[in-house]
Design a protein around this ligand. Structure first.
Ligand SMILES: NC(=O)c1ccc[n+]([C@@H]2O[C@H](COP(=O)([O-])OP(=O)(O)OC[C@H]3O[C@@H](n4cnc5c(N)ncnc54)[C@H](OP(=O)(O)O)[C@@H]3O)[C@@H](O)[C@H]2O)c1
Length: 284
């Protein structure tokens, strides 16, 4: 029983690989850069690109289940190729905005894109599919690391915006349960951290974890937008700014905490304080 992990060299996927290995699974990873892949011993590395379906055949040969990283435009072809290759089960992650819980989410740039990817998997992929819709990642706080290291200041347009951010290890643990246990087929799970936490509170937790207090400076949304558009798609930048300004003004409009992580993994979801301790080194 071979499990293919895509996105395996990334922040979430590397936890998926580790958890699968500790559960005794046979793991193969797909990467565009096999020569750079740093994986646990016993893991097979296959070169491939999700946007190049012909490169997936070798990766999918003999695979029973797959963890699917959301290169959204590539999901339809992956779903069909995986089904033809005899893959039985796929676990995809998209994002909590796909749940469309608020008018803001349903009007977001990413909503129809997530929904189209999810539908392509459900309609054309292997029969046993599960979709995890994670809250915004705690790892987004890594965007603040350069400022924290340079002058101890984190510049934010909406420091009091709140969100139940999720630790990438919890997203991975939930995915592994959906890959290895039955009863999750045809299900969408919105997976969140254990509590709403503001960005200013996250900055304070990072300061505590590093032992070097950080200062928050409020900046204009337009300033953040012009910086963020260097590494994020403009649509995502707009979605983030919309969510932050609304949840800063009215925290009741934030994504609610769900019990999906404890329900799936049998453990409480990790707090942001835990995340900060796990990543303190990134902040110098
Ligand atoms: N940030 C958030 O708040 C949030 C919330 C919900 C969902 N998401 C989704 O989560 C993703 C980021 O997850 P992450 O932080 O775990 O990833 P990450 O650390 O950015 O790593 C990206 C991974 O994706 C793989 N990859 C990218 N393009 C690929 C392609 N064309 N073919 C094959 N592999 C490809 C990379 O593999 P190689 O380089 O080895 O090929 C790498 O393993 C975002 O792209 C977003 O869609 C993010």
């Amino acid at each position: 029983m071979t499990i293919l992990v895509t996105g395996a060299t990334g922040k979430t996927g590397r936890h998926v690989v580790r958890e699968l290995i500790s559960a005794g699974a046979e793991v193969r990873i797909l990467t565009r850069h096999p020569e750079e892949a740093d994986v646990p011993s016993g893991v097979t590395v296959v070169r491939g690109d999700l946007t190049a379906p012909e490169s997936l055949h070798a990766a999918l040969d003999g695979v029973t289940s797959a963890f699917l990283f959301p290169v959204l435009d590539a999901i339809p072809a992956f779903a069909e190729t995986a089904k033809r290759a005899g893959v039985r089960r796929v676990v995809l992650f998209t994002g909590a905005w796909a749940a469309g819980l608020t008018a803001r989410d349903r009007g977001s740039w990413v909503y129809p894109r997530y929904r189209a990817a999810e539908a392509a998997l459900a309609e054309n992929g292997p029969e046993e599919w599960t979709v995890l819709r994670p809250a915004p990642f705690a790892t987004n706080a890594l965007w603040w690391a350069p400022g924290a290291r340079a002058d101890g200041v984190v510049r934010l347009p909406h420091p009091d915006a709140v969100c139940p951010v999720i630790h990438e290890a919890d997203l991975a643990a939930a995915a592994v349960r959906a890959l290895l246990t039955d009863g999750h087929h045809g299900r969408h799970y919105t997976v969140t951290g254990p509590a709403l936490v503001s960005q200013a509170e996250q900055v304070a937790a990072i300061g505590q974890a590093t032992g070097r207090p950080l200062r928050v400076a409020r900046i204009e949304p337009a300033t953040w937008r012009s910086e963020a558009e260097r590494f994020l798609r403009p649509g995502i930048v707009g979605d983030l700014l919309g969510e932050w300004s609304e949840t800063e003004r009215d925290p009741a409009t934030a994504l609610p905490v769900t019990s999906a992580v404890p329900d799936l993994t049998g453990r409480p979801a990790r707090t942001f304080t835990q995340w900060a301790a796990d990543h303190a080194r990134a902040f110098g």
